[in-house]
Design a protein around this ligand. Structure first.
Ligand SMILES: [Zn+2]
Ligand SMILES: [Zn+2]
Length: 239
């Protein structure tokens, strides 16, 4: 039983279709213990203004047995690995996912993309690298996995990337490649749904099929363990 989904979106993204309240209700129906609210950062076209991330104090965090964590899926905005929120905001996030999106940064070579992803992982607020599985951003996976271990960052296995109509390319093959390396170097992974509609919150079926295919060790899957939250939370969070 997996108790957390830390990658979910709402109508606030500009291209999602459920409210935060609806995602919370879906998570409670499934019996999740942690729901992460990780809206796209402000560089995403149609996404929220930075003020959105500065007002999280008004959101309750406990809904029965469900704890809500308020964070961000920040955009990597250049090949130096810079993010689209300033430090004063990042430090108030309960967790930060960093991801590459084509509307926010043009793909470089595999070396350049890997350097950008590693620089983002070196950002002290980042604890999750979102969907590093897209052939539009080729990556040097051995170097990426080693850097994830060094920086205590979880690589995401993104359920939406595996959807047959996903805009990301080659996800299954790329995920298999990094899962094998995570196994070899004992690097934990985090399942995320990347839900843009409440019914998909907490549903990891496509990702689990791939984990099963590579016989991925249960102890490296963070979603099943209560103590993962300490690993995944922003260590600098002041709230
Ligand atoms: Zn989105
Ligand atoms: Zn994303």
């Amino acid at each position: 039983m997996y108790i957390m989904d830390l990658h979910t979106h709402t109508i606030e993204s500009g291209h999602g279709y459920s409210t935060l309240q609806e995602n919370i209700e879906a998570a409670r129906r499934l019996g999740l213990k942690y729901l992460g609210f990780s809206e796209h950062g402000p560089a995403m076209p149609g996404g929220p203004h930075k003020f959105f991330f500065m007002n999280f104090r008004c959101i309750p965090r406990q809904f029965g047995d469900l704890t809500l964590l308020c964070g961000v899926e920040a955009n990597i905005i250049d090949l130096n690995g810079n993010l689209d929120l300033e430090e004063s905001i990042l430090q108030d996030m309960e967790y930060v996912i960093a991801s590459l999106h084509t509307h926010c940064v043009k793909p470089g070579t595999a070396k350049e993309n890997t350097d950008a992803a590693i620089a983002a992982m070196e950002n002290p607020y980042v604890t999750i690298l979102g969907h590093p599985d897209d052939s539009r951003y080729p990556l040097e996976y051995e170097r990426l996995v080693k850097a994830a271990k060094e920086n205590h960052v979880a690589l995401e296995v993104n359920n939406s990337s595996l959807h047959p109509k996903s805009i990301r390319k080659g996800a299954r093959e790329n995920i298999i490649t990094y899962l094998e390396l995570c196994k070899k170097y004992q690097v934990p992974i985090l399942l995320g749904t990347d839900s843009h509609f409440s019914e998909s919150v907490g549903h990891f079926e496509d990702a689990l099929q791939v984990l099963h295919f590579v016989d991925f060790p249960e102890e490296l899957i963070l979603n099943g363990r209560e103590d993962s939250i300490a690993f995944l939370r922003n260590p600098m969070n002041r709230l």
